[in-house]
Ligand binder design. Structure first.
Ligand SMILES: [Zn+2]
Ligand SMILES: [Zn+2]
Length: 101
């Protein structure tokens, strides 16, 4: 297989799976057919793992936010919000998890 980004041939084990553009959080159904190489993941600017989703597949960096050190998907962005934002987010999470409404 070939790296989608640099077109180099890569071994099966060195291929990194990628989520479709616009993916909010890790979802195996959103993994696209092509792969990129680890080198492009590490040194390129187009793809990165969400720090909290793990390394199943990489996101397009346009779908991620960075805190300056790590990347997070839209779903996990909540983990890096400041306290005020986190509080309202927690309220919302409590609301949608509440079976009584
Ligand atoms: Zn590559
Ligand atoms: Zn995530």
């Amino acid at each position: 297989m070939k790296c989608k980004s640099c077109k180099k041939n890569i071994g099966k084990r060195d291929g990194v799976q990628v989520y479709k553009k616009g993916t909010d959080c890790a979802d195996v159904d959103q993994i696209v057919k092509y792969v990129i190489c680890k080198n492009c993941l590490k040194h390129g600017e187009d793809f990165a793992y969400c720090s909290l989703c793990g390394d199943e597949a990489a996101f397009h960096t346009s779908d991620l936010v960075s805190d300056g050190f790590s990347w997070y998907c839209k779903e996990h962005k909540g983990e890096i919000m400041d306290d005020e934002e986190r509080e309202s987010w927690m309220d919302f999470a409590g609301y949608i998890n509440d079976p009584n409404h």
